[in-house]
Design a protein around this ligand. Structure first.
Ligand code: MG
Length: 429
């Protein structure tokens, strides 16, 4: 039985406290407190509520459905446990000058030092031939004049790793000193050049997006030492002739960022200023023979997930795609609910409304929640504490759905559950 009392002064004090907090849902919890305080003196309840709210924070996973709900462009709630967990990847190890490092576990190996890994490359001249470069002592070396080589495998957006070394002994200057390059599908080059002590055109410098953007710095080791490039390549994306993303390159040279999401501006080139253009979705990656015996080791890549503009679904997306994803999530939760029973089933069905509404689901919830709430209300006082966890979960779920308008017709359930919570002196958070 709920004892209904109101003390205006205490209510005013407590609501004033509560309204200074960012937890707007607690305003209504607090306001209702003073209409139904049965077991604690109102002043003590108001004070304890003020203090508890000031330091408030709901621990992860404790609250029903938890953070801000899905929006027009975000199919998941904040801290949504329905969101897929990141896949496990065993990290690699860094290289030293003496030894190649180990790639991460999901890397696609393009050259690991073994003679057989050269079979993953071919000459790009027609007709295609096995790659004419040399493999010796675990190192791949350009045979000057034999031509560029490309991967047999076609790929697009990627995290790419390569290590290279220029020959010792100064030979040539500017662009003629130990020149090579990495060409991604579509033809944009990240320049390889011995610029340790070799001025040249900045947009043709080691680590430049060739013909587009100089590197931010020159962190090269002297020739003869291994240089490490890590590159994130995002190709341009066009749809119906309209550019949705011009593409970008991020490059680190020996661990120093030298390109920071640099726009491709069409991919650059020799002497010509390029213009934005579509790139193929995938293609071979090429290494350049510029007439210098550059050495390579430890070449690998990892495929990157799609961006929102190309149908990716790991972050913000356009409203139509987000709606479709929310429907998929809701259906998956409803399927999961069918594998459960009792409270778990009802809570999962309620949770599905956060993503997409459904008449049959609402009807089931209405019926089951009304029965559930009546049973909670009829619980004998001496059994109430044993049911606290179950009641709190359902209370939070109802509050979440009504607060964000996913289930505004919760009927009597919300005030009844609120009364149970407050009259037992339970923390409404
Ligand atoms: Mg080059």
């Amino acid at each position: 039985m709920f004892i209904m009392k109101t003390t205006i002064n205490v209510s005013f004090c407590a609501i004033h406290c509560i309204q200074r907090t960012p937890h707007s849902d607690l305003i209504e919890a607090g306001a209702s407190t003073f209409a139904s305080a049965g077991k604690k003196p109102l002043s003590l309840l108001a004070i304890s509520l003020c203090f508890s709210i000031i330091g408030a924070g709901v621990a992860l996973g404790e609250g029903a459905f938890y953070g801000d709900p899905p929006s027009d462009t975000h199919p998941w709630a904040i801290h949504d446990l329905n969101r897929p967990q990141p896949p496990r990847v065993e990290p690699g190890t860094p290289s030293t000058q003496e030894l190649s490092g180990k790639p991460p576990s999901d890397a696609i190996i393009l050259f690991d030092g073994t003679p057989k890994s050269i079979a993953k490359w071919e000459s790009v001249k027609e007709p295609r031939q096995p790659a004419p470069w040399k493999v010796e002592n675990g190192v791949l070396q350009v045979v000057p004049g034999s031509g560029d080589i490309g991967t047999l495998e076609a790929f697009g957006d990627c995290q790419f790793h390569i290590e290279w070394s220029a020959p010792t002994g100064v030979n040539g200057s500017s662009q003629a000193r130990s020149n090579s390059g990495v060409f991604f599908a579509g033809g944009v080059e990240v320049q390889i050049l011995d610029n340790y002590d070799n001025p040249t055109s900045p947009d043709g410098f080691a680590g430049s997006v060739y013909g587009v953007n100089p590197p931010h710095a020159n962190p090269l080791h002297p020739p003869g030492q291994w240089q490490v490039y890590d590159i994130i390549f995002r190709r341009p994306v066009f749809k119906d002739g309209k550019m949705l993303d011009g593409g970008r390159l991020t490059v680190t040279v020996n661990g120093v960022v030298v390109q920071d999401s640099t726009p491709l501006e069409g991919g650059g080139g020799h002497k010509s200023r390029s213009k934005d253009r579509p790139f193929p979705e995938t293609g071979p990656l090429k290494l350049q023979d510029h007439g210098n015996p550059i050495r390579f080791r430890n070449i690998w890549y990892r495929t990157l997930p799609k961006r929102a503009v190309e149908g990716g679904d790991i972050g913000a997306m356009d409203p139509a795609a987000a709606t479709s994803k929310k429907l998929e999530i809701a259906n998956n939760i409803r399927l999961d609910a069918e594998t459960k029973q009792g409270d778990e089933r009802l809570l999962r069905l309620m949770e599905s409304l956060c993503y997409a509404t459904d008449a049959a689901t609402i009807q089931t919830i209405e019926t089951d929640l009304a029965k559930w709430t009546k049973a909670a209300k009829d619980t004998p006082p001496n059994e109430m504490e044993a049911k606290k966890e179950s009641i709190m979960k359902m209370f939070r779920a109802v509050r979440y759905l009504t607060k964000f308008g996913f289930y505004p017709d919760a009927g009597d359930c919300k005030p009844v559950l609120m009364q149970i919570v407050l009259s037992n002196g339970w923390d409404p958070r």
